[in-house]
Design a protein around this ligand. Structure first.
Ligand code: FAD
Length: 555
């Protein structure tokens, strides 16, 4: 007999977006990797794309966020522990990314004396990061910081000699033990205090030398940090006021005698997103720190690390945007309304295509920036790295929340519930814009380059001038940028206008030269030359929206 309680059959729901290769289905990514010098890594990246897009990887991401970390300050008998407890899924994500080398592969050459960096190492690593963040975003925080810490550690060769071999391991070791007894190590960063994160010169944490002090010497560090993420890292690069001014120190979790260093975690932040990652409030209660470089050089020394994390913010946001877009396209390919698939409804195709233009532009610009990290000795790459890091970080990270929101709406009510990935993506995406230099701070950084390094601006503008070629819209846009630059009195109010104009110019030139015309033409027509708009899905009346969408999620 038929079950009388069966009320209906489930119809017209899209299958889950999973078991998809995040590399081979993403033509904007695969082309960017080859174009920017990472072609040698394509085979490996295709295999990693399979791993990160598997159903089990997405499930790991869900579990790690549904079961956020907890602080255990004490054990049951009251002994100090300062332990962070994570769901096993978080550790699995870490193990996947560490095995892939995302925390260090761009520095592999340092492991063998007299070895040159592998061509495209940063581009290949960025592609891995772009995909791993789609598996799970929070664990990328310690992965990113560890990679970015290397150039700062190198400023203090004795400390680098001790820590780099641990960092270069491909084994993730979650245990709370002295780093010397572990199979691998990760590094975090502590700059932000209660009274300020941007204005780190206002830091009050004090570092007092134990003896004469100086590079590599031990200091006693007392004070606090208001945000210190990934507190289970094995050591942290921290800013503190030494007698000679704001300085950068390495604070390990354990002291050489095997006892816990006095980093006392007060609580974990209750965050909008990024919930799998622990972000702590911490006190340094006469903790031991080792000075990196000279006293008073804290900001220039740690800025080496910050630059690397800014690249990852851009690359990571591009990856998360692409996941939001891919989910939306996938859903619309399966869902029918009014007897037609959503993907075939002209308004919907236009929205999806419009989103795809921004995602491809964000990807193109982020990977051009990655290439500039590979070509360390090329002055053009150095200028691009200096000037376009804040530009790219600003623009790509600002696009993220808007893309996630519109992609969510493409899925209707199914996009808004926590069982699916869209709500989490939407909560995650504002973060990359906030940390490692919020929007205005990126604009101020750009202005600093204009004031202090006019030759850097000159090189980048020369490069962009050659790249606009015969495109009349790009030429006109370049002329507008140059006009803005000629009015220095107004620049402090126009920082955001200028940074956005440079980003769109940079992205437009890359798409013009390398993307199919059905992508480059509408991007330039709407973002460079088009009328102002406030929402997606406009201005593509004559564009081949179907081709743009097909390209954004290849079969
Ligand atoms: C989840 C999370 C994790 C984090 N993890 C870490 C970590 O591991 N280590 C760490 O050190 N920090 C961490 N941070 C802190 C983060 O880097 C800071 O929050 C950020 O740098 C901004 O600093 P603030 O919060 O003090 O804001 P403020 O510095 O007070 O800035 C507030 C706003 O003012 C703007 N602003 C500042 N100066 C100017 C100006 N001159 N003109 C115009 N506008 C200005 C900023 O752009 C920002 O929008 C984390 C933050 C979050 C949210």
């Amino acid at each position: 007999m038929e079950n009388p309680f069966v009320t209906h059959e489930v119809l017209n729901q899209s299958p889950p977006f999973e078991d998809v290769n995040l590399f081979t289905t993403d033509l904007a990514l695969t082309e960017a990797v080859s174009r920017e010098g990472g072609g040698g890594a394509v085979k490996r990246l295709a295999a990693f794309g399979e791993v990160c897009g598997s159903a089990s990887a997405f499930e790991r991401g869900r579990l790690a966020n549904d079961n956020p970390p907890r602080l255990k300050p004490f054990d049951s008998k009251g002994h100090r522990l300062d332990l962070i407890e994570f769901h096993p899924a978080y550790h699995e994500c870490m193990a996947v990314s560490v095995a892939e080398g995302l925390h260090c592969s761009a520095w592999d050459h340092l492991a063998t004396p007299d070895t040159k960096p592998a061509p495209g190492a940063n581009v290949a690593r960025s592609a891995g990061t772009y995909m791993a963040i789609q598996m799970e975003a929070g664990h990328q925080c310690p992965i990113t910081m560890t990679n970015a810490a290397v150039p700062t550690l190198l400023l203090q060769p004795d400390i680098a000699g001790e820590w780099l071999p641990r960092i270069f391991s491909r084994e993730y070791d979650k245990s709370l033990k002295p780093a010397s007894a572990k199979r691998g190590a990760t590094i975090g960063m502590g700059m932000t205090e209660k009274q300020g994160g941007t204005d780190v010169r206002a830091n009050t944490t004090a570092a007092v030398p134990v003896g004469a002090g100086g590079p590599g010497a031990v200091y006693i560090v007392t004070g606090h940090k208001w945000f210190m993420s990934a507190p289970m890292c094995d050591a942290f690069l921290v800013l503190a006021q030494a007698p000679g001014g704001l300085s950068c120190l390495l604070l390990p979790r354990f002291l050489p005698d095997g006892t816990l260093n006095t980093l006392r975690f007060q609580r974990l932040k209750d965050k909008l997103g990024n919930r799998s990652n622990a972000s702590s409030e911490v006190e340094f209660q006469a903790a031991h720190g080792w000075l990196i470089g000279e006293e008073g050089r804290g900001v220039p020394n740690i800025i080496e690390m910050v630059t690397g994390t800014r690249l990852d913010c851009a690359v990571g946001s591009a990856g998360l945007m692409r996941l939001a877009l891919a989910n939306a396209i996938h859903h619309c390919r399966h869902r029918t309304a009014f007897q037609r698939k959503l993907i075939d409804q002209p308004l919907m195709t236009q929205v999806l295509a419009d989103l795809a233009l921004d995602v491809e532009a964000a990807t193109a610009l982020s990977f051009r920036l990655s290439r500039s990290f590979d070509r360390v000795s090329d002055p053009h790459a150095a200028a691009w790295r200096r000037l376009m890091t804040p530009v790219t970080k600003y623009w790509v990270c600002k696009l993220g929340p808007a893309v996630a929101y519109e992609a969510m709406e493409c899925m209707g009510g199914n996009g808004y519930v926590e069982e699916g990935p869209m709500a989490r993506l939407y909560r995650e995406l504002p973060l990359n814009a906030i940390w490692e230099g919020s929007g205005n701070v990126m604009a101020l950084d750009l202005l600093r380059v204009l004031q202090r390094e006019p030759e850097t601006l000159e090189i980048v503008i020369d490069d962009l001038s050659s790249a606009v070629g015969g495109d009349r819209h790009l030429k006109a846009h370049l002329a507008r940028v140059q006009t803005m630059l000629q009015e220095p009195r107004l620049l402090d109010r126009r920082g955001r206008a200028l940074i956005e104009a440079l980003a769109v110019l940079g992205a437009g030139t890359i798409l013009r030269a390398h993307a199919p015309a059905y992508v480059a033409d509408p991007f330039i027509a709407t973002r460079v030359a088009g009328a102002a708009r406030q929402t997606y899905g406009q201005g593509l009346d004559t564009a081949d929206t179907r081709a743009i969408v097909e390209r954004a999620l290849a079969a």
